[in-house]
Design a protein around this ligand. Structure first.
Ligand SMILES: Cc1ncc(COP(=O)(O)O)c(C=O)c1O
Length: 503
């Protein structure tokens, strides 16, 4: 057995690269360059942390990731070694490949976070609470097949040519009928069909804001909006929330000083917190926006996912001044992959939005629009909502029970009355959500790291968002069990480390 008497790693404390990643890079380079031959024993994590004057968590995380990549192997009671046959050990027992070393990154910044989290979370065998999809096992696939066949028989190639940019008129009329049941009264000329809600909010950002303008959001907020703000080069400013949603005292001060051009909110089942803005706050927000003439972009994508409590009208339903632009879609409620969303907007912004839509993609695919239109006419959405919400409530109850049973003492979470997410806060005595992530993946469970929902990439260090809705009850139980185990293992190291200050 070989050992490493002088294991020096040039740590750059001023670098933006996290220390544990510098360590991974260095060990990897050494192994690949032959500086650390197979069988070499690496120092124990505590010793290396002390030697390099870094936290032991950094070493533990680096070793864990290098093990997952097949560079290192661990033997209980004997230590950590450079693996003999990296290629072989990088393939798991079920024959699937482990994460590719050159592309493996722990998500730490909003820019890279979503894609990297999702990539790591797609590892086979991982119970994935990280994404934003509704349960896929209930998707109305056969209804869609029937609808597509009917549309093709009925419309033939008309369904397959360019659609008008506003959208297929009968679908716009169906949207008008659908939202009128929520209290939004409009005519089809105020409805613009989009490629999902994501495109709806992107089009509004492009139509209303110019480069450098300020967009105000709740903080934390939807990661997709953070991405849009970066890509469109608008400044995103987050305003803190309380239990009732965005804080209006802070918002007013901010408006007075900075004159933002748009306020983006999710009043019902906010992503990621699951909060619902009560009626009085909705009215106050509308008054404030009208007083200062700042348009509100309301994202209503989770509005219909209520399985408990009284429904509240969307802001657009209360809007007498035409200050609210409402964006939503039939993605979460029906079929995410069909990419059908919509914007409801008064005439002031409609023409501009239409031009932006046309420039973006000419039109939303006509076949998809016609199929969704037929499904709405056939009452598929109503049945789907009923079934989804019944099941979501069951899954929510399982998730709450499992959180109680398996999450560490001191952890806290919300009790959602709808929506897809549990917003968890880990105890501050243990690892952060980002520190826990690699261990959790190795244990076979994934979640969304809280930091990514903060525009500046920090603020939710101990927070995780868990999509309980997407998993079957047995997997929810197993996933929470794994998460609890991953936390306890890392917390033990953490406790050791904090007992023993490293010089
Ligand atoms: C708040 C919010 N808005 C918009 C979207 C995008 O939805 P769609 O699939 O309709 O584009 C999501 C997806 O997660 C979301 O959480």
């Amino acid at each position: 057995m070989l050992s490493t008497p002088a294991f020096t790693v040039p740590i750059d404390r001023d670098s933006e690269e996290p220390i544990y990643r510098q360590l991974i890079r260095h060990v990897r380079t050494q192994i690949e360059g032959g500086g650390l031959p197979a069988g070499t024993r690496l120092p124990a994590s505590r010793d290396l942390a002390r030697q390099l004057n870094i936290s032991r968590i950094s070493v533990v995380n680096a070793y864990a990731e290098l093990r997952a990549e097949g560079f290192l192997s661990a033997h209980a009671g004997r230590g950590t070694f450079v693996a003999g046959d990296r290629e072989a050990s990088a393939v798991s027992t079920n024959g699937t490949h482990a994460m590719h070393p050159a592309t493996t990154e722990l998500p730490t910044s909003p820019d890279r976070s979503l894609r990297e989290m999702l990539r790591l979370a797609r590892k086979p065998g991982v119970i994935n609470f990280s994404h934003g999809a509704p349960p896929i096992e209930f998707m109305p696939v056969s209804h869609l097949r029937d609808a597509i066949n009917t549309v093709l028989d009925r419309d033939g190639s008309k369904a397959l040519t360019y659609e008008v940019p506003e959208g297929f008129y009968p679908l716009r009329a169906s949207v008008r009928d659908y939202v009128s049941a929520l209290g939004i009264h409009c005519n089809p000329d105020q409805v613009l069909i989009t490629g999902g809600t994501q495109q709806a909010i992107d089009l509004v950002v492009q139509a209303v804001l110019s480069e450098g303008d300020v967009l105000v959001t709740e903080t934390p907020t939807y990661l997709g909006m953070i991405d849009i703000a970066r890509i469109r080069r608008v400044q995103l400013h987050g305003i803190d929330m309380d239990d009732d949603g965005i804080r209006l005292d802070m918002l007013e001060n901010y408006i007075l000083d900075n004159r933002p051009r748009l306020i983006y909110v999710m009043p019902t089942f906010q992503n990621p917190t699951g909060r619902v803005m009560p009626m009085h706050r909705r009215r106050q927000l509308l008054n404030l926006a009208s007083e200062y003439n700042v348009p509100i972009l309301e994202d209503g994508v989770y509005n219909e996912f209520r399985f408990e409590g009284e429904g509240l009208p969307p802001l657009k339903a209360l809007d007498e001044k035409g200050i609210v632009i409402h964006a939503s879609g039939f993605t979460k409620t029906l079929l995410p992959g069909m990419r059908i969303g919509y914007i409801i907007v008064d005439s002031t912004h409609y023409e501009r939005l239409l031009r932006v839509k046309q420039a973006a993609d000419i039109s939303t695919p006509g076949l998809n629009q016609r199929a969704i239109h037929l499904m709405l006419e056939r009452g598929v959405l109503a049945k789907q909502l009923e079934r989804n919400n019944r099941e979501l409530r069951r899954r929510r109850d399982v998730a709450l029970e499992c959180a109680n049973k398996h999450l560490p003492p001191g952890a806290r979470w919300n009790t959602p009355q709808g929506g897809l997410y549990l917003w968890v806060e880990l105890p501050k005595t243990g690892p952060t959500a980002a520190e826990l992530y690699v261990s959790a993946i190795q244990m076979g469970v994934a979640y969304a790291i809280g930091n990514v929902f903060y525009g500046n990439g920090s603020g939710g260090s101990f927070r995780l968002r868990m999509n309980y809705a997407a998993q079957k009850p047995a997997d929810i139980e197993e996933g929470f069990k794994r998460l609890g185990r991953a936390w306890r293992e890392l917390a033990c190291d953490y406790a050791d480390m904090t007992k023993e200050p490293i010089l």
